[in-house]
Design a protein around this ligand. Structure first.
Ligand SMILES: NC(=O)c1ccc[n+]([C@@H]2O[C@H](COP(=O)([O-])OP(=O)(O)OC[C@H]3O[C@@H](n4cnc5c(N)ncnc54)[C@H](O)[C@@H]3O)[C@@H](O)[C@H]2O)c1
Ligand SMILES: [Fe+2]
Length: 387
């Protein structure tokens, strides 16, 4: 009997503790790993929100010494990874705790890679380049979100090339993810909107990805339902912990889906854009979303029909063309309802930037699982449409 390797699917995930208060399990898990000295990675905004001091206090109460590393930018830089690795080594740390959005979590993954391999982080760009296990990672996400606390990705910015590089390996799936919706209460409505749309894009791209399958589909669909059903209300009521929990759960489900089914052209193009202009990742995604959906629709109309139905669109009696129009319109309305309406041109992107953006997008691993095969020309046209 012959088997097709392209039909095989795998599923990796961290140990997850979900719910309000789960962040306080951090010391317990550090002890499980036998760690007496922890590198605590975060960023200035999360420090200002009070979350870093709280984690430090929890660790100290259990007799665990922690050393802060918070010099992390949104779109974390390769230099920051190397600096964090120095701090890890100088203090002979034994595990890494990260509290923050995708940026501190990805920086923490990079630090883990560097201290385990003793090389430069740029040596590990690409898919399955890691040779040895990295130190234990315990992550507490503060946005909902990137799901870097779930995923096999680390996305870092290389400003010398003005691009964002991806490291994809099951070794960067954290050991433990403590997903506590209360930590997202301090997000502004704008950050809530950007990160919520990022999570919705994860779900849609994972569902239509060429790597999708029965192990990820249910997570992707449930993520779409939860985020579509609660994000608008959350942005209007950012202090509502129940809404925070629903969107965080949606983000987690999206993470389980995309980490295993991988993503598509929105992310390939948005990584390129984020490296070029240092813009918030969710905002980059939101400016590209409908344009990529419109481009991809014909490659897998049945899948997009299910996306549309899950987002509440009644598709009965509609032609494929009408479903596509309603879906694109719905995504535009959702974005406007959460306050995201900018176009690439308003962010300073011009036609002369499109060739470079396109080249970088074509090199991103996420382009490989996009449902419609994309040439350089196709990607350039989608960027032009989004200007
Ligand atoms: N590894 C992955 O799988 C993956 C997936 C998607 C995106 N990413 C990456 O994640 C990064 C974006 O992460 P992000 O969107 O979570 O934002 P972020 O981590 O860049 O944070 C953005 C800003 O929000 C602040 N912030 C974060 N949480 C807060 C909170 N609870 N309260 C107050 N302020 C808070 C931060 O201080 C920062 O100033 C990008 O670099 C992107 O490429 C990674
Ligand atoms: Fe993303």
């Amino acid at each position: 009997m012959s088997h097709s390797i392209t039909a095989l699917r795998k599923f990796v995930a961290p140990e997850i503790i979900f719910g309000e208060g789960s962040r306080h399990a951090v010391a317990n898990y550090a002890q499980t790993f036998g760690a007496e000295r922890i590198l605590l990675v975060s960023d200035p905004g999360v420090v200002a929100a009070g979350w870093v001091a709280e984690v430090e206090a929890d660790l100290a109460a259990a007799g665990i010494h922690s050393r802060r590393f918070t010099a992390v930018s949104p779109n974390p830089r390769v230099e920051e990874v190397m600096a964090g690795a120095e701090v890890y080594r100088d203090h002979a740390c034994q595990a890494i705790v990260a509290i923050g959005g995708g940026s501190p979590m990805d920086c923490a993954k990079g630090i883990g890679i560097v201290v385990a391999h003793d090389g430069h982080i740029l040596d590990f760009e690409g898919v399955d380049t890691l040779r040895v296990p990295i130190p234990p990672l315990i992550f507490i996400p503060s946005t909902a979100g990137t799901s870097a606390d779930i995923s096999q990705f680390a996305i870092l910015s290389d400003q010398s090339r003005r691009l964002k590089l991806s490291i994809v390996s099951k070794s960067v799936v954290p050991d433990v993810s403590l997903i506590d919706p209360a930590v997202t209460l301090t997000m502004t409505p704008f950050l809530t909107a950007c990160t919520g749309i990022d999570a919705l894009v994860h779900a849609i791209e994972a569902f239509v990805s060429t790597g999708s399958g029965p192990l990820t589909d249910a997570h992707a669909l449930e993520a779409m339902r939860l985020i579509n059903g609660h994000l608008v209300a959350l942005v209007a009521n950012p202090g509502d912990i129940e809404l925070r929990a629903q969107v965080m759960l949606g983000s987690m489900q999206a993470g389980l889906a995309f980490s295993n089914a991988i993503l598509g052209a929105v992310h390939a193009m948005s990584h390129s854009l984020g490296g070029f202009l240092d813009l918030p990742h969710g905002l980059c995604n939101s400016m590209l979303l409908e344009h990529v959906v419109a481009y991809n629709f014909e490659a897998t109309p049945e899948r997009f029909m299910r996306v549309a139905e899950t987002l509440g669109i009644d598709c009965r009696g509609l032609t494929q063309r009408q479903v596509k129009q309603r879906l694109v319109a719905h995504l535009g309305e959702l974005k406007r309802a959460v306050g995201l309406s900018g176009r690439l041109g308003e962010m300073g992107v011009g036609s002369s930037d499109v060739p470079l953006l396109t080249r970088h997008a074509m090199q991103d691993p996420c382009i490989l699982t996009n449902p419609r095969r994309s040439s350089q020309r196709d990607v350039a046209v989608v960027y032009e449409e989004a200007l």
